[in-house]
Design a protein. Structure first.
Length: 202
């Protein structure tokens, strides 16, 4: 969303996602390519639509929202779809393994998922964590991300993290991800950490 004009820009590294966005709106606008500072390609479309622009504003979105975004007016039935979109834009899914039941055996490990949302607006993350907790029963925590080198000219940045071996309530993963497995050292190190975008989660 742009300031001063009712113009909407939708951008993603996934061209199909941009095409789906246009299809859902019934629009045939052109999808363009743009190089990022790191040399990657992102796809985007932009158009003027006063009604859609004002609807976005009515539910809590606005131009230059990074520092001031707060609550978004979304019903429970659509909250997970919103969360997936937020993960795809400013978040990550981490799959990790830790040693479990170490008092009785040394080869038992438990696998769990961690979701991490990031934003420069702490009120937005506080709201999101509370809504997800109320809907799924999964508790998260919100805190400031500490930079390696403090920079007083930069605005604070925050993250909301939720970890659980029963994250299937959030992502509908199969229940066997919460089981205890006996793994060899090679198998464990090969699957210790995996990051995924929200578009990989079905």
């Amino acid at each position: 969303m742009f300031t001063g004009v009712r113009k909407i820009n939708f951008k993603s590294e996934d061209r199909q996602l941009v095409a789906t966005y246009l299809a859902l709106l019934g629009r045939t606008n052109r999808i363009k390519e743009q190089l990022t500072r790191t040399g990657n390609i992102v796809y985007f479309t932009e158009f003027h639509d006063s009604r859609l622009y004002e609807w976005f504003r009515s539910v809590g979105l606005m131009p230059r929202k990074s520092l001031i975004l707060g609550e978004i007016d979304v019903p429970d039935a659509r909250l997970m779809a919103l969360a997936r979109g937020l993960l795809d834009g400013d978040g990550s899914i981490i799959n990790e393994v830790y040693r479990a039941d170490t008092s009785r055996r040394s080869d038992c490990f438990r696998e769990y998922l961690k979701t991490r949302f990031t934003s420069a607006s702490r009120p937005h993350l506080d709201w999101l964590e509370a809504r997800i907790r109320a809907l799924t029963g999964l508790y998260g925590s919100v805190g400031e991300v500490k930079r390696k080198a403090p920079d007083p000219t930069r605005h604070p940045f925050f993250a909301s993290s939720t970890a659980s071996s029963h994250h299937s309530r959030f992502f509908r993963f199969s229940s066997d991800r919460a089981k205890c497995h006996a793994w060899s050292t090679d198998e464990r190190s090969a699957t210790r950490t995996r990051r995924a975008t929200a578009s990989e989660v079905r």
